[in-house]
Design a protein around this ligand. Structure first.
Ligand SMILES: NC(=O)c1ccc[n+]([C@@H]2O[C@H](COP(=O)([O-])OP(=O)(O)OC[C@H]3O[C@@H](n4cnc5c(N)ncnc54)[C@H](OP(=O)(O)O)[C@@H]3O)[C@@H](O)[C@H]2O)c1
Length: 255
């Protein structure tokens, strides 16, 4: 079947496109660098012509409050309108575990707005929420860089390997629309400060991590239930999210 992956050149998109192609699908990796822009609408109708499924996984170039909200609102509206016009039968959206529990974080408000637009559209939807990707921990650590230390909150997370998210999305994309939320999380609850210290150590970075709980997450207030799935029965525990952080770390920084 024809599947369009918006954001198909990104961290999650690249392996997803590859996996779907290997399964024999006709896959379009749609993004500005391939001539498809969901803010201007450029190239979208042509990309969606004849498609059955659209996977909606672009990311905003800016994480600032106003621009990120504008990005996800505009991009999602443009996608649902074009998908409805093209007769697409399944819209798969990637959101974030706990986004609705962190209303003082602009990025999370933008992801909630994205989900609401998708849920209200006439195109049947599957909403997949993932926890933070292992690959994102390094960027979170850099956000706390302060001279020869890195300041990070010790908030609890349950991060997941990006490859595990791509694999789950590949299965959702070829299935029937779920019409509900499913959540993906990695196998272990771990603290952000510890995760950051382990990434720095694996990179041979001499900076020390200093616990600074007052920083919260992206400047917003969080507690140990904000970013973790807890005992939420929606989490697909067994089939995806099996890669452990240590296993990923040793592969990612093997060189
Ligand atoms: N980071 C996390 O821990 C986390 C956790 C849960 C969910 N998520 C969600 O996962 C999704 C994918 O994230 P990612 O890390 O794979 O992103 P990424 O690596 O930053 O890739 C971003 C993708 O978006 C595309 N893009 C940017 N502007 C666009 C536009 N105007 N129109 C169409 N495509 C555009 C980029 O295209 P070009 O390559 O052409 O620029 C690229 O393919 C995001 O929606 C994010 O909110 C992230």
């Amino acid at each position: 079947m024809k599947i369009v992956v918006i954001g198909g050149t990104g961290l999650i998109g690249r392996p997803l496109v590859e996996q779907l192609r290997q399964s024999g699908h006709d896959v379009v990796a749609a993004s500005p660098s391939t001539g498809v822009d969901t803010i201007t609408g450029e190239g979208l109708a042509a990309a969606l012509a004849g498609a059955e499924v659209v996977v909606d996984i672009p990311n905003s170039p800016s994480f600032d409050d106003g621009p990120v909200l504008h990005f996800f609102q505009t991009s999602t509206r443009t996608i649902v309108e074009a998908a409805a016009a093209a007769g697409v039968r399944h819209h798969v959206v990637l959101s974030i575990v706990g986004a609705d529990r962190m209303p003082d974080i602009g990025y999370m408000r933008a992801k909630v707005a994205q989900k609401q637009i998708a849920a209200a559209s006439p195109v049947p939807v599957s909403i997949v929420r993932a926890t933070q990707f292992f690959e994102f921990i390094g960027a979170l650590a850099e956000g706390g860089a302060d001279g020869d230390v890195v300041r990070l909150s010790s908030v609890l997370m349950q991060p997941i390997a990006a490859a595990d998210v791509s694999a789950a999305l590949a299965e959702v994309a070829v299935g029937e629309p779920l019409g509900r939320v499913v959540e993906l999380a990695g196998p272990e609850p771990l603290r952000l400060a510890d995760l950051g210290a382990r990434v720095l150590a694996a990179k041979g970075d001499p900076r020390r991590v200093v616990v600074a709980d007052e920083l919260g997450y992206f400047g917003g207030t969080v507690d140990d239930r904000s970013l973790t799935p807890g005992n939420d029965p929606r989490v697909t525990r067994q089939r995806y999210g099996a890669t452990r952080f240590e296993e990923w770390l040793s592969r990612a920084f093997a060189a």
